[in-house]
Design a protein around this ligand. Structure first.
Ligand code: BGC
Length: 347
């Protein structure tokens, strides 16, 4: 079968390769890979050497955002041939820490977790892959290829889930949500906020292309400067990873605000900070700023439900480019109008 192979940090090594059929060690659900989604992490792995191939290998099967159709599944797995599924990314560390022992691998304490297509395990960028039933999330059949959005949606489902838990500390009646960044995470974070009936503002720097109209179609405001926020936000979903923006936002929130950081910064930029003023503001306003990575099983389920009830026409616009398998390395080159680029593993 064909697979998207790369040696981390060596983009010239990115190519389609014939590899062996997936090993039973990966699990007894056999899946025909349909699509994989491309995210910043895949670009960082390929171009900057983030990530790590499976032990003893220089190259790895790339991609962690998956969609496939079940070919074979054990009778008691709750899955049947033909089901649409996406694979969970993270696996607990082999000698589990306290969190991993409770299946909270997204809160792994010792860093020994692995991630399909990122850290220590082959990814889902192959024409067939295997997983254990527990790591295969069943998707509503009506989603079709849009099911490839499950993994990024699980990341924002976790952001909201954690926000809800933090919010339980006191009286909480949020109205305004600010989402920073109109990439896939920002867009899907805004979708989940609108599904909760909240007033949403999305900040991004572009004024052209599909993003402004897509945000408005969701019933949200689109702005390109924090000065244009209609009100101080109660919740912020940060999805740019731009440190300077993060600290700017912290200083502009409503009392008791919860700021969730999901953007993984790739730069090393420094800024001058009014550290005392920020500290004072956070203390006097009970502000919580927290980071959120990856997702637990319950977040994948929440994400599957959110996608199932979302407007399919709107979701369709999130996928801005489809690349056939034999040209997959071109999916790593960012184009100005890209939101989510996917690779068609059967084309
Ligand atoms: C993925 C997460 C992963 C993180 C760190 C993100 O791109 O969506 O599942 O945990 O990278 O490797």
């Amino acid at each position: 079968m064909k697979a998207c192979m790369v040696a981390p940090g060596d983009i010239s090594s990115a190519q389609v390769e014939e590899i062996d059929e997936p090993s039973l060690d990966d699990g007894d659900v056999l899946v025909e890979g349909l699509f994989v989604g491309v995210c910043g992490t895949d670009i960082e792995i390929s171009k900057e050497g983030y990530g790590q191939p499976p032990a003893g290998h220089k190259r790895m099967v790339l991609f962690h955002e998956s969609l496939g159709r079940v070919l074979e599944a054990p009778a008691d797995s709750g899955l049947a041939a033909g089901d649409l599924v996406a694979g969970v990314v993270r696996r607990p560390d082999p000698q589990p820490c306290g969190a991993c022992a409770q299946d909270q691998w997204d809160f792994c304490r010792n860093g020994q977790f692995t991630e399909r297509g990122i850290k220590g395990q082959d990814g889902y960028g192959s024409q067939r892959w295997r997983v254990a039933p527990k790591f295969a999330i069943k998707l509503d059949a009506s989603l079709g290829h849009l099911g490839v959005l499950l993994e990024p949606t699980s990341v924002v489902a976790k952001a909201w889930d954690q926000t809800d838990r933090i919010a339980q500390r006191a009286f909480w009646a949020p109205e305004h949500v600010l989402v920073t960044g109109a990439g896939p995470i920002g867009m899907l974070g805004a979708l989940l906020a609108r599904q909760r009936g909240l007033e949403v503002t999305v900040l991004d720097r572009v004024t052209e292309g599909a993003k402004p109209a897509m945000v408005r179609e969701l019933g949200a405001n689109y702005i390109t400067s924090l000065d244009d926020m209609p009100a101080p936000p109660d919740v912020v979903i940060e999805a740019t990873g731009i440190g300077a923006l993060v600290f700017d936002v912290i200083g502009r929130c409503a009392p008791n605000a919860i700021v969730c950081l999901t953007g993984i910064s790739s730069g090393t930029r420094g800024i001058e900070l009014a550290a005392d003023a920020i500290n004072k503001e956070m203390v006097l306003e009970n502000e919580v700023v927290f980071g959120s990575v990856n997702a637990g099983l319950r977040n994948y389920q929440q994400a599957a439900e959110a996608l199932a009830k979302a407007d399919k026409g709107w979701l369709e616009q999130v996928i801005t480019r489809r690349v056939p398998l034999d040209q997959w390395p071109t999916a790593l080159d960012r184009q100005p109008d890209d939101i989510k680029v996917v690779v068609d593993l059967q084309a």
